[in-house]
Design a protein around this ligand. Structure first.
Ligand code: XMP
Length: 435
């Protein structure tokens, strides 16, 4: 293994990820582990140079104050305890450092002076280490991956192709609710360029017919989610000898889904989202990476920037942007107008400045004039937002000329549309998506 590691033990702090990121920003790899890690588990981690006990307010579980076992102190690593008031040995800080500079200086002296760690954390080393770990875990067995084409699953695929080549079987399900050209890009990049073992399933018709006349947003989500699992399962059952399932789980998914001391923030669709009777062992090479690091890993693996910097895209895809009961006519209007918006945003460099942007087509029509005749057609709504965590969002001021150009193109190029609107609503009161 190429990288040294600092282990952070979670003793009820809400700042585990802050410390993990602060250690990494000094060039040393870090992982957060539960407080009750055993000596054996600790000994299986690679190149551990030191341990940080990270105390905090959630340190009582079921009425009992949590602590690390004696074995952690006996493992022979330097220990730094931050705000962990029952810490027994090591360098003990009573309070969380008052500023980022102070935190950095404490960490710097612990990591480099006490632990003698090398600043050898970088994407090249991380990727090479993960490739090696995957090879050790999987040996000569086969691994299955649902490859949506989103950032996380694409990076996992690229990493596993490097590690185990054709032992990886990727399944891409096109549910007919993908953006324009998205499925084609997955096939082009993974099958044609990276020579992956890729099964492409065009399930568009199946999804569209299941969704016919279903207007309720939650019902639509449920149908899309369960149908996706069904299609994926059908493909999985056709294959033999698969032992592992790869997932694009990333660090925030794990942290937000609840550690031993943190409550569940939100249950993520890719943590435990697949049925339990698919008895696979999991391969999750990105489980210790934050989103920006996943992108860097993707670039390191040679994925195109268009894939690595892709904006977030909801699992139900364009399905929740074609409001109410989905029709072929309106889903095409969503797809075509979205493609125009994306193209024009990219031309202006807005694709890197705006967090998420897309179009929405409602069910109602309005009156217009086209070719000197009355028209009665759908509007397209442009939605663009900036946010840090998607919990709140603001609407960026897009230049008038850009909005006008997009409007002109949508009206000229997208059938069944006679009006374009720009949604000015922040979250709250609105949500980012319209459904
Ligand atoms: P809202 O609309 O709740 O969206 O403000 C917040 C973020 O979540 C995305 N989103 C989803 N992602 N499945 C997903 O995987 C969903 O059902 C879903 N609904 C919303 C949305 O695109 C935005 O980034």
């Amino acid at each position: 293994m190429k990288q040294d590691m600092i282990v952070i033990l979670d003793l009820g702090s809400t700042k585990n990820t802050d410390i993990a990121r602060a250690v990494r920003s000094l060039g040393v790899y870090s992982e957060i582990h539960p407080h009750d890690i055993t000596a054996e588990e600790l000994s299986k981690l690679h190149n551990v140079k030191g341990i940080i006990l990270n105390g905090g307010e959630n340190n009582i579980i079921d009425g009992v104050r949590i602590d690390v076992s004696e074995a952690v102190y006996d493992a022979g690593f330097p220990v730094l305890a931050v705000a962990h008031d029952t810490a027994k040995r090591g360098h003990i800080l009573k309070d969380w450092p008052a500023s980022e500079e102070e935190l950095e200086s404490v960490l710097r002296s612990f990591i480099f002076d006490a632990c003698k760690a090398e600043p050898n954390w970088n994407m090249k080393n991380f990727t090479e280490d993960q490739i090696e770990l995957v090879r050790r875990q999987v040996c000569d067995k086969k691994v299955l991956l649902a490859l949506s084409g989103g950032v996380d699953s694409s990076v996992v695929a690229a990493l596993l192709i490097k590690a185990i080549g054709k032992q990886l079987v990727c399944v891409h399900v096109n549910h007919g609710l993908m953006r324009k050209g998205e499925s084609e890009e997955v096939v082009e990049v993974f099958r044609n360029r990276l020579d992956a073992n890729l099964i492409y399933v065009d399930a568009s018709e199946r999804f569209l017919s299941k969704l016919e006349n279903v207007a309720d947003p939650e019902q639509k989500r449920k149908i899309i989610g369960s149908e996706f699992i069904r299609v994926f399962e059908e493909e999985a059952r056709k294959l033999s000898g698969i032992e592992f399932l790869a997932q694009g789980t990333i660090y925030p998914d794990i942290v937000e889904s609840g550690t031993k001391t943190a409550k569940v923030v939100k249950s993520h669709h890719n943590v435990g989202g697949l049925p339990e009777d698919l008895q696979f062992k999991l391969v999750e090479p990105l489980r210790y990476l934050f989103k920006d690091e996943v992108r860097a890993c993707g670039l390191e693996l040679g994925l195109p920037e268009s894939m690595v910097y892709r904006q977030p895209f909801p699992g139900p895809g364009l399905g929740v942007r074609c409001l109410g009961a989905i029709t072929r006519e309106r889903i095409e209007a969503v797809r075509e107008s979205d493609a125009i918006l994306c193209e024009e945003f990219a031309k202006e460099g807005l694709d890197r400045k705006v967090w998420q942007y897309f179009t929405v087509v409602p069910e109602f029509k309005s009156v217009g004039v086209k070719n000197n005749a009355r028209s009665y057609e759908y509007p397209v709504i442009i939605r663009a937002v900036n946010t840090v965590d998607a919990m709140t969002a603001t609407v960026p001021q897009i230049e008038w000329a850009v909005l006008q150009r997009i409007t002109d193109r949508i009206l000229a190029e997208v059938p069944n549309v006679n009006r374009v609107c720009y949604d000015l609503s922040p979250k709250p009161c609105a949500t980012i998506e319209w459904e």
